[in-house]
Design a protein around this ligand. Structure first.
Ligand code: OAD
Length: 267
C-alpha cells in the first residue's frame, strides 16, 4: 500500500504534470537502479577498489587505457543485460504522447531511455520515437570515438570491450586504427555544446521540471532544476533521498523511480 502522505504528494505531482504545457525531465543514475545498473555514489557504486571519479578522467585513460577500458567493458556488459524499467517506459510514453512539449535530458550513458523509446516504436523511426529520444549530456556507452581523427560511431556490441580485461585488444578507430575511447564526457571535459544548448533551451521554455534519480552534485546538469525554478517552472523531484534539489522542489516524492514516475505521468 502507498503511504497516505506519499499518495497525497503523488496526486499533487500528477496534477502538475497534467497541467504543464512544456516539461523538461532531468534523469540520473537512480532511474536505472531498478533496472540493475549501480548508481555512482550509492552502495555498489565502486568498481573494485576504484571510485568512478578516478576512472572517468582523461588522465586515467592516458595513464592506463586498459584499466579504463576494462571498467567500460564491464559496464557495457552489465547494461546489455539490463532492460528499461517502468520509469523509463513511462517517460518515453509521456514524451511520445506530448511530442514537442516534453524533453528528456539524461546524465546517464546507459542507453536505457533510448531503448525505452525503441520499445514504443518496435525499433522503427517514428515521430514518437524521436520525441522520446533523450539528450545525453554525458554521452553514451554505446558510442566510441577516435583519440586521433574525427571518427565516432555507435558500435553494434559495446560489450565486446569486456575482452580487454583478459588481455584482448583495446578498441580501435574504424577509420584510422588509432586507439578509440568511449564517447562519454569525463571529469574535466566539457559537454557537447549543441547538446547542452538544447538542454538549456528546453529548461528555459519549461513550466515544469521533473528531476528523477540524481544526486544533483555534478554541474552543469545539476544547475538545470534551479534554472527552471528561476524561470518560474514548478519542480518535482523523485528520489528516495533528499538532494540539493529538495529545498527548491514544489513537490518532493520520497520514493523510487518505478513507484513514482509511472503514477505521476499518467500515460
Ligand atoms: P549518483 O549516483 O550521484 O546519484 C544517484 C541518485 O539516485 C541518488 O540521489 C539516489 O538517492 C537516487 N536513487 C537511488 N536509487 C533510486 C531509485 N530506485 N529511484 C530514484 N532515485 C534513486 O548519480 P547521478 O546523480 O546520475 O558523470 O550522477 C551524476 C554524474 O556523476 C553521472 O552522470 C556521472 C557521475 O560521476 C560523469 O561520468 C561525467
Amino acid at each position: 500500500m502507498t503511504p497516505p502522505d506519499l499518495a497525497t504528494e503523488l496526486d499533487r505531482a500528477a496534477a502538475l504534470v497534467a497541467a504543464a504545457h512544456r516539461i523538461v525531465v532531468l534523469t540520473g543514475a537512480g532511474i536505472s537502479h531498478e533496472s540493475g545498473v549501480p548508481t555512482f555514489r550509492g552502495p555498489g557504486g565502486l568498481w573494485r577498489e576504484h571510485r568512478p571519479e578516478e576512472l572517468a578522467t582523461p588522465e586515467a585513460f592516458a595513464n592506463d587505457p586498459r584499466l579504463v577500458w576494462s571498467w567500460y567493458g564491464w559496464r557495457a556488459g552489465l547494461v546489455a543485460a539490463c532492460e528499461p524499467n517502468a520509469a523509463h517506459l513511462a517517460l518515453a510514453r509521456l514524451a511520445a504522447a506530448r511530442a514537442g512539449d516534453v524533453r528528456i535530458v539524461t546524465q546517464n550513458v546507459d542507453g536505457l531511455h533510448d531503448r525505452a523509446a525503441d520499445a514504443l516504436s518496435a525499433g522503427t523511426a517514428t515521430a514518437a520515437r524521436a520525441a522520446a529520444c533523450p539528450l545525453e549530456l554525458h554521452g553514451s556507452l554505446l558510442r566510441r570515438r577516435c583519440t586521433r581523427c574525427g571518427w565516432h560511431a555507435t558500435v553494434p556490441d559495446p560489450a565486446d570491450a569486456r575482452t580487454v580485461e583478459d588481455g584482448g585488444a583495446l578498441p580501435a578507430c574504424h577509420a584510422c586504427g588509432a586507439l578509440a575511447r568511449p564517447d562519454v564526457v569525463w571529469f574535466g571535459e566539457t559537454l557537447d555544446p549543441a547538446v547542452l544548448d538544447a538542454a538549456w533551451s528546453a529548461t528555459e521554455r519549461a513550466d515544469l521540471c521533473l528531476v528523477v534519480g540524481t544526486s544533483a552534485l555534478v554541474h552543469p546538469a545539476a544547475s538545470l532544476p534551479a534554472a527552471a525554478r528561476r524561470a518560474g517552472a514548478a519542480v518535482i523531484e523523485v528520489n528516495p533521498e533528499p538532494t540539493p534539489v529538495t529545498p527548491l522542489a514544489t513537490v518532493s516524492l520520497r520514493c523510487t523511480a518505478t513507484v513514482g514516475v509511472p503514477e505521476l505521468v499518467g500515460v
